[in-house]
Design a protein around this ligand. Structure first.
Ligand SMILES: C[S@@+](CC[C@H](N)C(=O)[O-])C[C@H]1O[C@@H](n2cnc3c(N)ncnc32)[C@H](O)[C@@H]1O
Length: 282
């Protein structure tokens, strides 16, 4: 079993490499994940002077959307990867958002005082944390009494063909390594109630889970494959172990399997996320 330090070091290095792909495909990724951010934000009751903490912000969402809703407030974007936060800062500047700051840190060791935020968000970050219980305890610690935590995770490979098409194609050429116990994987938090149990252990109450559908929309099967193979962590890691002919066969396989998702001239592949909200007792 890898140590927490080994997981963090691996994640930091992986996301430094992935940041260019996330910046390149920013518009497509943000359109795909947008409904999940919107669903999380709706449950956070953002006030104009909200003090908000976004965890595993990556390129900035949902923190930047929250900053727009809190013109007299402040949003702190945090992530393990300084390179991802550099993209977030560039996106904020391009969108004219000034009430944010960035801080590179790990979710399970936050450099913030107790009870310093009105709300905390974690969009698609949980599955990467070495110790999800410790991280949730940190979120509860930095929340003010009555403050809310909203997170999202992926539901299952079957309900997320936008990624399973690519993973199945990769599996035709290479055996994807079985995840080590405790190591990050995309569907690690998929079981219903999994995140609720972490929230309960951290003392949160009024906890609710609900599913949010989304769609990955690209212009063509070829664009689908370029986008996935340049920003999905597992796909990037698996493909770089393979030679060019194997990569070409995988691409052909994925293109064949994604083509049936063509609708009105676009490739529209569905997915399903689960959102979880909870409140720190007053
Ligand atoms: C899938 S991205 C999500 C980015 C963004 N929240 C979004 O939804 O677009 C996951 C992010 O988790 C970050 N991450 C991984 N391990 C982390 C840790 N231990 N603490 C904080 N962030 C971490 C990665 O650097 C990456 O930016």
């Amino acid at each position: 079993m890898p140590s927490s330090e080994e997981i963090r070091d691996g994640q930091r290095a992986a996301w430094a490499r992935l940041s260019a792909g996330w910046e390149k495909w920013d518009a497509v990724i943000m359109d795909q994940l947008g409904p999940v951010g919107t669903a999380m934000i709706e449950r956070l009751d953002i006030a104009a002077d909200q003090q908000h903490l976004d965890i595993a912000s990556g390129t900035g969402e949902p923190g930047l959307s929250i900053a727009r809703l809190a013109p007299r407030g402040r949003v702190v974007l945090t992530d393990l990867s300084a390179e991802m936060l550099d993209v977030a800062a560039r996106r904020a500047a391009a969108q004219g958002i000034a009430n944010i700051e960035t801080k590179a840190c790990s979710a399970d060791d936050l450099p913030f005082a107790d009870a310093s935020f009105d709300s905390v968000s974690v969009r698609f970050g949980y599955m990467f944390f070495p110790d999800m219980g410790k991280a949730t305890a940190e979120f509860a610690r930095v929340l003010k009494p009555g403050g809310r935590l909203a997170a999202s995770v992926w539901v299952s490979p079957e309900q997320n063909p936008w990624t399973s098409i690519a993973m199945d194609a990769i599996a035709t050429e290479t055996e994807l390594p079985a995840p080590l116990p405790g190591a990050p994987t995309m569907f690690r938090c998929a079981a219903p109630g999994y995140i609720t149990a972490l929230y309960e252990q951290a003392g949160l109450h009024d906890i609710a889970e609900w599913n949010v559908p989304l769609e990955l929309v690209t212009d063509s099967p070829a664009q689908y494959w370029s986008m996935i193979s340049e920003h999905v962590s597992l796909a990037v890691a698996a493909l770089q172990q393979l030679d060019a002919p194997a990569q070409a066969r995988i691409r052909a396989h994925a293109l064949t399997n994604v083509t049936p998702f063509k609708k009105n001239g676009q490739i529209r592949v569905p997915g399903l996320a689960r959102c979880i909200v909870g409140t720190k007792p007053s």
